[in-house]
Design a protein. Structure first.
Length: 115
């Protein structure tokens, strides 16, 4: 698994294996903060969503895939938050997440190109 800017320390997924419509899991960041999540939508080759708490917010991550020919895919990641702290800590979270993604995307591209 490509590391998200070396910020994710551990991920547990149940049932083990590939993510699916009934997956639940947890992740632990290198700074010690943890979160649990559950898949709320799964459409193979199109998108999958997971939802879970992060600090005082309820976060939803939508991973969308759009094929561009045989060898390219557009990947869109939509992150939405609700709850206490979205208007304040949510902005800090978004800024840091952006930095992490700019580091992680090249790592993911490299990993995929070596499959």
């Amino acid at each position: 698994m490509a590391e998200l800017g070396q910020t994710i320390k551990d991920v547990k997924l149940s049932p083990s294996g590939d993510i699916s419509h009934n997956s639940v899991g947890s992740l632990r960041l290198t700074n010690g903060i943890g979160s649990e999540f559950r898949v709320t939508e799964f459409q193979l080759h199109h998108n999958w969503k997971w939802r879970g708490p992060f600090l005082w917010m309820d976060m939803e991550y939508d991973h969308r895939f759009e094929p561009l020919g045989d060898y390219k895919t557009i990947f869109t990641w939509i992150i939405e938050g609700e709850g206490i702290g979205v208007s304040t800590i949510g902005r800090v979270f978004a800024r840091q997440y952006k930095r992490n993604l700019y580091k992680a995307i090249p790592l993911l591209q490299h990993e995929i190109s070596n499959l």
